[in-house]
Design a protein around this ligand. Sequence first.
Ligand code: C5P
Length: 212
Amino acid sequence: MNKPVKCLISAGPTREWIDDVRFISNPSSGKMGFELASVAKKMGFEVTLVSGPVSIPRPDGVIYKSVETAIEMREVLVKLFPQSSLAIMTAAVSDHRPEFLGKKKVKKDEFPSSLKFIRNPDILQELGDMKSSNQKLIGFAAESFDHLANGQKKLEAKNLDWIVVNDISNPKTGFESEMNEVTLLSRNNEHFSFPLSTKRKIAADILNQVWK
Ligand code: C5P
């Protein structure tokens, strides 16, 4: 029997802690990444799903790695990427983390009126820089204007094979929605528009296009 091809998927938000009880995050539900993991598993891949904190059921039969911060997510993805033939990064990774204020709850009256932020690693950029010719790397881009032009720029800058562009100015789609509507852009300027449908259907459309 042939060994299954390995597919690595990131999903969900990251949590960036301010102190032991407070964090900064975003409303990513993890749905798009979880649907991709579920469809990839059905297609026969060995799937590893690396996710930030979410409240949706884990897809059956996938290897699941739970992480919280961008730093933790990076560590797991950088370790697993070299063995993966296909990697799809849907996680809404926080670009910044606050400077950590200390290992306890900072008292209300001692809480600073402003926080300092530190730039998080760009995990996708790092994976793009590590990528070898037998690997395919796919990123997601949430854009509120000039979404196709900005997506294409990101695709090239991060050395991706494909990028899935979400127009987040559309209230029917995006973060917490069951539905999505995306454009898939390739390195050779091909683009495929997937009209409004369930995240499950969009996941199948993406995988069928990027893995032929
Ligand atoms: O550049 P931008 O953050 O819009 O790119 C989004 C893509 O980059 C997504 O695929 C996301 O998972 C990834 N990303 C990342 N590390 C970051 C920020 C985003 O891997 N710090």
